[in-house]
Design a protein around this ligand. Structure first.
Ligand code: 2AM
Ligand code: CA
Length: 263
């Protein structure tokens, strides 16, 4: 476990916002059958969770800035600290009653990601990491998978949705290259959890494009602190600005990157 004041603040805020999300997730199942559908309800749940995270974190750490999926950027008086927040990652799953969604909270200090939390209120998985303190799932220390052969590996990715149709041809090429070499591929639909599962060694590696900083900031800290490697798809460190992510244990992360570059 990480017993730091910072992690106490982050987990308390996530648990409070998570209680609301869990309640709302229970409601979504009842709304599935209504004519209007649960879309508006889910975006309200999303905004409620973000408001709780914002209020709790602002109260505990006055002056820190925020970058949030719903409300955008809020400048703080403290120029060196920024929270990067997705109150509900995996919105499509949540909307469809699938319990694979998460709150994602990261802290950036002087431009460096120093802490990350990914919390799924549906199964109470709380993934946390702080620089130099390791990555943890509840009370268990995490370590990325140590597999060395692509053929034995389980690889996660994200399929570009309909609104990103212009990315479909490239994704099909990449998937074709990957699926013929790896054990199998998974698509869970929540980037923050894909990274958390990679930190936990459940996935050997994960890649996706066109993500937002709040989808991946916390998960990047988790994977690094679990001993994994994270880069963009060119091998650089511009994940937050170009939205590309490639994460995993050293050997498979590198091998997957090579496959994708040749696709
Ligand atoms: P979201 O649920 O917060 O939107 C799925 O591949 C990943 O892409 C999820 O983490 C999802 O986050 C993210 N994503 C970002 N923009 C999206 C969009 N417009 N539609 C669907 N998923 C999106
Ligand atoms: Ca998201």
């Amino acid at each position: 476990m990480i017993r730091s004041a910072l992690m106490n603040v982050m987990t308390a805020a996530a648990l409070k916002a998570g209680r609301g999300l869990k309640r709302d997730f229970g409601e979504v199942a009842n709304l599935q059958v209504s004519v209007k559908g649960p879309g508006d309800f889910v975006s309200a749940a999303d905004r409620r969770a973000e408001k709780i995270l914002f209020e709790e974190l602002a109260k505990a750490r006055p002056g820190y800035g925020f970058v949030m999926e719903e409300s955008g950027r809020v400048e703080g008086t403290d120029q060196s600290h920024t929270w990067i927040i997705d109150p509900l990652d995996g919105t499509t799953n949540f909307l469809h009653g699938i319990p694979v969604f998460a709150i994602s909270v990261a802290l950036e200090r002087e431009g460096q990601l120093v802490a990350g939390l990914v919390y799924n209120p549906a199964d109470d998985d709380m993934f946390v990491a702080e620089r130099g303190q390791g990555a943890w799932l509840n009370n268990r220390r995490l370590r990325v998978a140590q597999r060395r052969e692509l053929a034995d590996s389980l690889i996660a990715t994200g399929v570009p949705h309909l609104g990103k149709a212009k990315e479909h041809p490239r994704f099909k090429q990449e998937l074709a290259a990957v699926m013929t070499r790896v054990g199998n591929v998974r698509r869970f639909g929540a980037a923050s959890l894909d990274l958390a599962y990679t930190a936990a060694g459940r996935f050997d590696a994960y890649w996706e494009r066109s993500l937002q900083p709040w989808d991946i900031a916390a998960g990047i800290v988790l994977v690094r602190e679990a001993g994994g490697f994270v880069s963009d798809l060119s091998g650089g460190q511009d994940m937050l600005s170009n939205g590309e992510i490639l994460a995993g244990g050293e050997t498979i992360q590198r091998a997957l990157g090579d496959l994708l570059r040749k696709a």
